[in-house]
Design a protein around this ligand. Structure first.
Ligand code: ARG
Length: 458
């Protein structure tokens, strides 16, 4: 059987289909990144002495790349199986529109550094959006904490009533968790902020290319220094990003589990307006908190995406291997699911209603036992003796005013010692991080393409 003709040789159709795999679909997300990366590459080739593209040739190639981007946005750009992936599809389109010039664009570059670059450009904007979304969720939780800061809520260990606490402590605990997760996302952003372009197949090229220039044009902090490491970092960077996203999902899932629990009528602490719940096809009365249940389950999806990536990397020899292509699907899925989760959870958490009376009913006399023992300690009794004394008299413990009990916990981070403004500042900084870098990226692309970006129209 004759092979199918491709830009890189004749390939048996079954081999082509098996090896292209999901790329024909997944790479549609990368068209814009691929074009922007090529614009930077050609700009660098035009800046060499002697230049490999004249100024006019560079302008023509960039115009053709912009045309591909516009067609892609209209849904008119296709990646065929014979293309195998976005890189060869764009090269085919370029050659169709600017002829010989299109055939020269791949000079001093390999699909290996190209795909690594595309994924980093894709990850750059996704990470910035994810950071902004995580900051928005933290912000909603901090609003909730502020509105109900001193509303008493039983603190639980082993899910059993433990000590007096507050809605402020509960809600801002998850906010602070997300703020720490955002630091991981920012750390992942910093790792992602290095350009693999120009490492070519992973071993450089015998031409005096300027990798720092392409890095600058694409708003990267710098190139990845070692060409082989630039190739080996494929998958590693994705893994770092999904590990950070996994923490976001874990924070979200634990919050979601608390919500499903405390929305049970037996607790009744929190309620959601019906439009944020779903109903049942048979039981007319049902109002189910499905969003929280799916947040819980989708944390497993993201964790498994992260582990699919490390599974591919584990024990993989150095240098490019096609195995790496298989990290693309879980990477994109993990990012998509994390972002969808943040979006839904932020929406729903913004509408949580708090029932202070139901929360107050959760306080039994036993919840004050430790406070009682510590009051005895304040009077000079060793803690273990106070513990024994309170334990011996548990049956006689009296109900106390939980509002007073939490007012006595004034140290840092306790119900009466919450510094919500400092957490709000961290959330605002995270938002500014995303905004500032997002604008810088758009400016860099606009300069490179010499047209307004992201608008793409003059
Ligand atoms: N689609 C490929 C991938 O994701 C692009 C790189 C192909 N490189 C190669 N040497 N076959 O890995």
């Amino acid at each position: 059987m004759a092979g199918e003709k491709t830009l890189v040789g004749s390939i048996h159709p079954d081999v082509l289909s098996f090896t292209a795999g999901q790329d024909v679909l997944l790479d549609r997300v990368l068209v814009e990144a691929d074009c922007i990366g090529s614009a930077a590459h050609v700009t660098m080739l035009a800046a060499l002495t002697p230049p490999l593209f004249s100024a006019d040739e560079r302008t023509r190639v960039i115009a053709a790349l912009v045309d591909v981007m516009r067609r892609d946005r209209r849904g008119e750009f296709t990646i065929t199986e014979a293309d195998q992936d976005v890189h060869l599809a764009v090269e085919r389109a370029l050659t169709a529109s600017v002829g010989e010039l299109g055939k020269r664009v791949h000079t001093a570059r390999s699909r290996n550094d190209q795909v690594a670059l595309d994924l980093r450009l894709y990850a750059k904007t996704e990470l910035l959006a994810m950071i902004a979304q995580a900051a928005a969720l933290a912000g909603v939780l901090l609003d909730l904490a502020r509105r109900h800061e001193r509303v008493p809520m039983v603190g639980r260990t082993h899910l059993q009533p433990a000590m007096p606490s507050s809605v402020g402590v509960w809600a801002s605990a998850y906010a602070e968790s997300l703020l720490d997760d955002i630091e991981l996302l920012q750390g992942a952003y910093a790792q992602n902020d290095r350009s693999p372009l120009g490492s070519a197949a992973g071993y450089g090229v015998p031409l005096a290319i300027d990798r720092a220039l392409t890095a600058r044009l694409l708003d990267f902090e710098r190139p990845i220094h070692n060409v082989m490491y630039a190739s080996n970092a494929r998958g590693k960077c994705e893994s770092i990003i999904l590990n950070a996203a996994s923490q976001v999902m874990l924070s979200s899932a634990r919050l979601a589990e608390d919500m499903t629990l405390f929305m049970m009528p037996e607790f009744g602490y929190f309620r959601l307006p019906s439009q944020y719940c779903t109903g049942s096809s048979i039981m007319p009365q049902k109002q189910n908190p499905d969003v929280f249940e799916l947040v819980r389950a989708r944390s497993a999806t993201v964790l498994s995406c992260a582990s699919r990536i490390t599974g591919v990397l584990k024990g993989l020899a150095g240098g490019y291997q096609r195995d790496l292509q298989e990290t693309k699907a879980p990477f994109m899925e993990g990012i998509r699911v994390t972002r969808e989760t943040l979006r839904a959870l932020t929406l729903v958490m913004a509408h949580v209603e708090v029932d202070a009376a139901a929360l107050a009913r959760g306080f039994s006399p036993g919840v004050f036992a430790t406070d009682r023992a510590l009051a005895l300690v304040a009077g000079g009794m060793p803690f273990r003796d106070a513990y024994d004394a309170v334990k011996a008299g548990l049956a006689d413990l009296e109900q106390q005013d939980p509002t007073q009990a939490i007012a006595l916990k004034t140290h840092e981070g306790a119900p009466a010692g919450l510094d919500l403004p400092s957490l709000e500042r961290r959330a605002a900084q995270a938002t500014a991080f995303g905004d500032e870098r997002g604008r810088r990226w758009e400016r860099a692309v606009a300069d490179l393409l010499a047209i307004p970006y992201p608008r793409l129209e003059v």
